[in-house]
Design a protein around this ligand. Structure first.
Ligand SMILES: Cc1cc2nc3c(=O)[nH]c(=O)nc-3n(C[C@H](O)[C@H](O)[C@H](O)COP(=O)(O)OP(=O)(O)OC[C@H]3O[C@@H](n4cnc5c(N)ncnc54)[C@H](O)[C@@H]3O)c2cc1C
Length: 378
């Protein structure tokens, strides 16, 4: 295998500690969390105490002040354990960076330290019942009245939505101006008129508290606008490549984990007096999948470098998400097949991973949208 050159010995030590955290604090509880439909809030605080949340956030805002690779280590270890109930990535590397990049000093000091400890759980609400891919079609409005914006509308499919204490809500502040009239608002749990709907029952990711959110005449202080009014769409476009790369990072790690589980399984499983691993079909297919995952790893590692150099463009990130999640799907499907009937049983990690991964080709922009972005530049 090609040696990964991104990580130092310090990163590797950190990886060991994250892996231990997953083994002790997450994996033994995940099935129970799947049954209840959400992770225990306690795991957020424990992760915060271990430096697993907002790792790359500057120390002055409560983070560890570490480089992005530490956050990537957390993402990879969560993906490796297939601990899909944990919305850490979205919290630490999507919601927190919006506040860091566009927030006022007051907003940063108010929200980020509590996000780093896990006291505050973050979410971002773009999608609505009638608008997902077509974000310009959102209907949620935030109309300025004196010192407040009056927020009305509803959002759906929101990751961390049920636990959340702080949501970045995408709303139209100038409903007649399309993308140019869109703003981001920081909405806090407890604001009058902000309600949470049911936790949504999903095909996979059953421990993830994905929810609906409702806003009924919520009076959001004008000071809670994130960045400049009506610039929301610009900010979304700036952050999306990193969001999509994160999905690619998780997809590659998860695919590698699936190959590792499967190699172990086929060496044990006996059929017709021999192991499943002894068949050429098994060995050749796994060899092909491993080859592709290795290629994906090199591409994604290069994208990580480009992101660090602030040169990761929209199209390259779309290619990374498109191709790695497609690959992840094929790897999981073939690996499930090698498990026979056990591959279809929820108690086997491969079954869960297969169901959980389906959404990767849907959220943060569907495959069609990724193709559209790539095609536009041809
Ligand atoms: C588990 C889960 C978690 C999520 N978490 C969040 C979250 O935290 N925050 C958030 O805001 N959203 C979240 N989402 C929403 C997600 O981003 C949207 O579901 C996604 O963007 C697709 O939007 P849609 O569901 O409205 O599908 P639609 O936009 O209705 O798409 C339907 C179909 O039409 C296709 N299509 C759409 N436009 C085009 C086009 N131009 N050309 C060709 N085909 C097209 C799509 O590819 C798709 O196949 C989550 C979704 C899920 C399932």
């Amino acid at each position: 295998m090609i040696e990964r050159t991104l990580f130092s010995d310090e990163h590797r030590m950190f990886r060991d500690s994250v892996r231990r955290f997953m083994e002790h604090e997450v994996v033994p509880h995940h099935e129970r969390w799947e049954d209840q439909g959400y992770v225990d809030r306690e795991v957020w605080r424990k992760a915060g105490a271990q430096g697993l949340l907002c790792s790359s956030m500057p120390e002055e805002y409560g983070g560890a002040g570490a480089d992005k690779l530490y956050s990537i280590v957390v993402m990879e270890e969560v993906a490796r354990a297939n601990a899909t109930g944990l919305g850490f990535g979205l919290h630490s590397e999507i919601v927190a960076p919006y506040i860091l990049h566009y927030g006022s000093e007051e907003q940063k000091r108010r929200y980020l330290p509590k996000m780093a400890t896990g006291e505050t759980i973050g979410a971002i609400a773009m999608s609505e019942p009638a608008a997902g891919s077509d974000l310009q079609g959102i209907r949620t409005t935030a109309i300025r009245k004196g010192d407040v914006y009056v927020l009305n509308g509803s959002k759906t499919f929101i990751t961390n939505g049920w636990h959340t204490d702080l949501v970045i809500v995408v709303a139209k502040t100038r409903p007649d101006a399309g993308a140019k009239g869109t703003s981001l608002l920081l909405v806090e749990q407890g604001m009058k008129g902000f309600g949470k709907g049911k936790r949504l029952k999903k095909v996979g990711m059953k421990a993830q508290d994905t929810s609906e959110l409702f806003f009924d005449d919520v009076e959001v202080p004008a000071a809670n606008v994130l960045g400049a009014e009506n610039q929301g769409f610009v900010y979304l476009m700036q952050e999306l490549p990193w969001e999509r790369l994160q999905i690619a990072i998780g997809a590659v790690e998860n695919a590698q984990a699936a190959i590792d589980w499967t190699v172990a399984y086929v060496q044990e499983r006996k059929v017709f007096g021999t192991t499943v691993a002894s068949f050429q079909n098994t060995r050749f297919k796994l060899a092909e999948l491993q080859t592709e995952v290795q290629i994906a790893r090199v591409f994604v590692d290069r994208c990580i470098e480009l992101h660090a150099e602030k040169r990761l463009d929209m199209r390259t990130a779309a290619m990374a998400k498109l191709w790695t999640t497609e690959l992840q799907h094929r790897v999981l499907d073939d690996c499930l097949q090698f498990h026979g009937g056990y591959g279809y049983m929820w108690e086997f990690p491969i079954a869960r991973a297969w169901a959980d991964a389906r959404v990767h080709r849907i959220y943060a922009g569907t495959h069609a949208i990724m193709r559209e972005i790539i095609a536009r530049g041809l």
